[in-house]
Design a protein around this ligand. Sequence first.
Ligand SMILES: [Zn+2]
Length: 57
Amino acid sequence: MAQAHRLDCEKEAADCRFIIQSENEDEAIELAKNHMRDVHGQDYTNDELRREHMETV
Ligand SMILES: [Zn+2]
C-alpha cells in the first residue's frame, strides 16, 4: 500500500486547519512550502519540511 506524505498545519499553527496529503512526496513538499510562505510568511527549505514538519501516513 502506498504511503502518503502529510503536513497537518493545525499542529504548526493553532488557527490553521490546512492539511496537505499526497502520495507524491515532491508534490506534498511543494504544496506545503507554498502554503507556509503564502499563508504564514515562513520560508522553509524542502529538507526542513521533510524532516521536521511532514509525516508519513
Ligand atoms: Zn497553515
